[in-house]
Design a protein around this ligand. Structure first.
Ligand SMILES: Nc1ncnc2c1ncn2[C@@H]1O[C@H](COP(=O)(O)OP(=O)(O)OP(=O)(O)O)[C@@H](O)[C@H]1O
Ligand SMILES: [Mg+2]
Length: 258
């Protein structure tokens, strides 16, 4: 991962639109994210936050507008290509992976996992074995980092809600992302685990990664984010420091007021 300059904009969303039937979920939305920042995205239910993340991660194709990851235009690319370019979104552990162990989940999260390509196994078995070993080493490192090392051989389904969130982040880290999108990372997580999850995110940011996270927990947003962007009815209505956003009348009106 190349560490970009701190003030560099690593992610830019330009006038992006997405409708579902008659619903304009994301409506002419523009924003940008500074490299090596933790940026929060807040807004009322149905504001379009998750839809925007799905557009950025390539799950949906925008109806219009452009999305840039550094110098690459990524809107319309399939999710795996966006992952290769350095942006990963955390996903709920899929049903079929709950019966696999924590370590196996990480191995499947690896970018370009050569073991998955049959041709590689047949043609380049030595390379595959070497890369497989490297991924396993990386998986062990990430398990230590996320404090899941004691649970490496447990089934994913046996983890607590908070541990599952850690596993989602750990899987995402296997792709060595420059930018990580997290949709409500501490929702339903107990306070202690939520604090250690946010401590980990802070350490990863200091190591050069960029985080963009949706969160309804105002404690997390106000104390852990450098910058906060507010969405309302599909577009950005405020963007600034946590303190400035908290004092913004339009934000109080649409979201914080109640
Ligand atoms: N796949 C979909 N099909 C149809 N409508 C959708 C779809 N996804 C989202 N919507 C609609 O788009 C709007 C924005 O939804 P979205 O989930 O992005 O909001 P959100 O800001 O993430 O809300 P929340 O805080 O409740 O998670 C809502 O009106 C929602 O019903
Ligand atoms: Mg949502």
């Amino acid at each position: 991962m190349n560490a970009p300059l701190p003030e560099q904009r690593i992610l830019r969303v330009q006038r992006v639109r997405k409708s579902f039937g008659g619903i304009r979920a994301v409506d002419d939305c523009s924003l940008s994210i500074a490299a090596q920042s933790i940026t929060g995205l807040i807004g009322p239910n149905g504001a379009g936050k998750s839809t925007l993340f799905n557009l950025i991660a390539g799950l949906y194709r925008p109806d219009g507008g452009a999305i840039w990851l550094s110098d690459s235009r990524i809107d319309g690319l399939p999710p795996f290509e966006i992952v290769h370019l350095g942006l990963t979104k955390t996903w709920q552990i899929p049903h079929e992976l709950r019966n696999m162990t924590v370590l196996e989940n990480l191995m499947l999260g690896a970018k370009n996992n050569p073991g998955e390509h049959l041709l590689n196994i047949l043609v380049r078995p030595t390379v595959v074995r070497r890369e497989e070993r490297a991924w396993r080493t990386r998986a062990r490192e990430i398990l230590r980092l996320t404090q899941l090392d004691g649970l490496a051989d447990e089934y994913a389904k046996s983890l607590s809600g908070g541990q599952k969130k850690l596993l989602e982040l750990a899987r995402a880290l296997m792709t060595e992302p420059a930018v990580v999108l997290l949709d409500e990372p501490v929702a339903g997580v107990n306070l202690t685990l939520a604090a250690s999850l946010m401590d980990l995110i802070e350490r990863l940011r200091q190591a050069g990664r960029t985080f963009f996270l949706i969160e309804h927990d105002m404690n997390v947003v106000m104390n852990r984010c450098d910058r906060v962007i507010v969405m309302h009815q599909g577009r950005t209505i405020a963007d600034g420091t946590p303190a400035s956003v908290k004092a913004n009348p339009a934000v109080i009106d649409s979201y914080l007021g109640g």
